[in-house]
Design a protein. Structure first.
Length: 160
């Protein structure tokens, strides 16, 4: 009985993890569904459930993130470019993960890469921070110590 316990535990973990990936897709958690599917395909290239989940979740993931980016671009949030940058970073992470998994690459032969869009978002985010830093610096020169600190904070973020 003690010898069967580790085998039974591993089997239970595997069964629940497969359901969790499919469940993530069904709940609209596309990035988790895609990344978990790719990870499972890396460990078990013939896993039919992971192949099917990846085949369904990847296009939904791309559509969802692209819709998020469009909404952010149309929004009025001052820091929207940082949020857009994060979205493109996630898209590029998924691209890299698929490229590193031959089984996932068989399911998604031409994953999309967003390096140009990511670089543009980084540049725009830095421009916003720099502009905000200049505005805060002007107020800091007038004697507003908090604005001077804010200028430093903005310039620091512009460098990242």
């Amino acid at each position: 009985m003690k010898q069967l316990l580790p085998i039974f535990s591993i089997l239970l973990i595997f069964l629940f993890s497969c359901k969790a990936t499919k469940r993530a897709y069904e709940l609209g958690d596309y990035d988790r569904a895609v990344l978990n599917s790719v990870d499972r395909l890396r460990n078990s290239p013939d896993n039919k459930k992971s192949r099917e989940t990846l085949r369904l979740a990847y296009p939904a993931f791309i559509d969802y993130i692209e819709d998020q980016v469009v909404s952010l671009k149309l929004g009025t949030d001052v820091y929207k470019w940082e949020k857009i940058m994060d979205q493109y970073a996630l898209l590029n992470r998924v691209y890299d993960e698929i490229q590193r998994s031959p089984a996932a690459k068989n399911v998604i032969p031409n994953p999309q890469q967003y390096l140009g869009e990511y670089r543009e978002a980084v540049s725009n985010a830095a421009d916003v921070r720099y502009t905000l830093g200049l505005q805060a610096l002007e107020l800091g020169r007038v004697g507003d110590r908090l604005k001077a600190k804010d200028a430093y904070y903005q310039f620091e973020h512009a460098l990242v």
